[in-house]
Design a binder for this molecule. Sequence first.
Ligand SMILES: *Cc1c(COP(=O)(O)O)cnc(C)c1O
Length: 391
Amino acid sequence: MTLEQIKNDEKEYMVQAYGRFNTALVKGKNATAWDAEGKEYIDFTSGIGVNCLGYCDEGWTKAVSAQAATLQHISNLYYSPLQTEVAKKLCALSGMDKVFLCNSGAEANECAIKIARKYSFDKYGQGRQKIITLENSFHGRTVTTLAATGQDVFHNFFFPFTEGFDYAKANDIDDVKSKLTEDVCAVFIELIQGEGGVMPLDKDFVTQLQNLCKEKDILFMIDEVQTGISRTGSFYCYQGYGLEPDVVTSAKGLGGGLPMGACLCAKNTSGVIVPGTHGTTFGGNPVACAGAAEVLSRVAEPEFLKAVNEKGDYIRAALKNMPNVKEVRGQGLMIGIVTEKDNAKQVAAQCIEKGLLILTAKTLLRLLPPLTISYEEIDKGLSILKTVMEA
Ligand SMILES: *Cc1c(COP(=O)(O)O)cnc(C)c1O
């Protein structure tokens, strides 16, 4: 099939939810992808931070295909040794107490929101239901996680949105303080706002915020959907910040390319969900768990994390010497680039033509390469980016 045929069918048969770039990808290996017409691309996107081990990693492919050929799905009415393996690994790597497995970031966040409200309901009764998120945040596309998202552009069309969210200014502790009223049960934040433009929060701010929450028995919850699974150079970003959250949400890189999410609970929140209060058909699916188990056995190894940080530093250093680069932000292999010409969308489109896949976030360029990307792939990608930036 040619690209034109694929595009025609997409237009005719698919809900037009996406503005897509002009390519159809059909094959990949590590950080290199090929389109329907055989053209090669360096991939600095990992499918938006998903393919943490790159395309078709040998160990991951083996684990997933073996599981597909053994037992592809069971319901959550039965025990599953793969679910317990993933949960045990997640707890060991995060220091959290227990895990709920689901299928996406939005679902993990829905679970966190339900836990926050029930935690407070169980302890204080009705009326303490408000959740404070931050301006410029992103928490998902369901009606409730859109409400949690602190950006007005997302609060349109789908009225009425779920009530009980308020938005505080990032890195402004006084603004948060003024919003921590009697009816607040949780604060929910990203440590580096991803979709919001790779905006890191100050360590002082989040530490103060955590202390305020502990004082008032308000749950301190962190959305690690984009920052987690070693993306920012520690297994979870909060570990690099030295924080102790009550709830953590995870997805994107967790399954290494299969739909997988998790809501992680500390001791104080791990008993909130009881039978009948939450559930999912697909959550903890054995094939997705086999992928996640492989991811978790690899990405938190000290050598692996060291390599993520070194590659991140290497890319950042190269970017700082590139024309049209005004500022480089982020941590590990989560990188945001402010361009002098304020032309990120245009740069991304031109990169595609020249064989490089990159992302944007707001007005920034954003790089989320596979954590396993090779230096050869990095150099190839950077040289394409440089050509486009020079133009
Ligand atoms: C991507 C993302 C989500 C939503 O995840 P989905 O899997 O698309 O539902 C939520 N929070 C953050 C921080 C994200 O980056």
